[in-house]
Design a protein around this ligand. Structure first.
Ligand code: ZN
Length: 225
């Protein structure tokens, strides 16, 4: 995306985030378009800011070479998921709340949950591996988006307050216990303590702050696409 410097959001913290994303993606272009030069020096917003994508969220950012950043084609043609047989449910709710209870999965259904990936691999204790784990999740999401997943149902679980704008889906399920209950749940979980608890509480408050008034607008139906 051009003219980065004009947007106030691109001053200061952006430079830090930009470097983090380039490092996370090994300075390798993640778009790999026709004119790709492989070496990434730009950072691209997957969902453009103008379309409501968060400018700061690593999930919405990827390293890009200059050519691919310029060439960003209309990707809708590649988004075969819209017409595939896999029904995609996006399950959203504040961080720290068990959202898997909202899943009605059958054997063979795909469940894309970052926390489960991390738990299965023992990654929580290894912050250096959070980037690669995100990439693994991103690769699965890419397959889903391209319509190459054969399962009947797929579930994407997200604690991102702007998840609807970031993940392709047919249906949304909201798991919202209310802020007081959400804070109580993480406070009594026992496995989160001290500084980590403070951080978790901040993330919960942030989720509610960002969604303020927005949760009521979440419909259970697909958007128009
Ligand atoms: Zn490229």
């Amino acid at each position: 995306m051009g003219n980065h410097n004009r947007h106030p959001a691109y001053r200061g913290p952006w430079q830090t985030i930009r470097k983090q994303i380039l490092t996370r993606d090994n300075h390798t272009c993640q778009i790999r378009g026709r004119r790709c030069t492989t070496t990434a020096t730009h950072v691209d917003h997957i969902i453009p800011i103008t379309a409501g994508g968060p400018w700061w969220d690593p999930d919405n950012l990827r390293a890009s070479c200059p050519n691919c950043n310029i060439d960003r084609v209309d990707r809708t043609k590649q988004e075969t998921w819209r017409t595939s047989n896999t029904r995609i449910t996006l399950i959203i709710g504040p961080p720290g709340i068990n959202k898997t209870t909202a899943i009605t999965a059958q054997p063979g259904d795909l469940i894309i949950d970052y926390d489960t990936i991390n738990a299965a691999l023992g990654i929580e204790a290894h912050p250096d591996l959070h980037g690669p784990a995100l990439k693994a999740r991103g690769a699965i999401l890419g397959e889903l988006k391209a319509g190459r997943v054969k399962s009947k149902q797929a579930f994407i679980i997200s604690s991102n307050p702007k998840a609807e704008g970031m993940f392709h889906h047919h249906t949304i399920k909201l798991v919202d216990p209310g802020i007081d209950q959400a804070l109580r749940i993480i406070g009594t979980a026992g496995d989160i303590k001290g500084q980590e608890l403070g951080k978790a509480e901040r993330l919960v408050r942030e989720w509610y702050r960002v969604r303020e008034g927005g949760t009521r607008q979440v419909s259970t139906n697909s958007r128009k696409w």
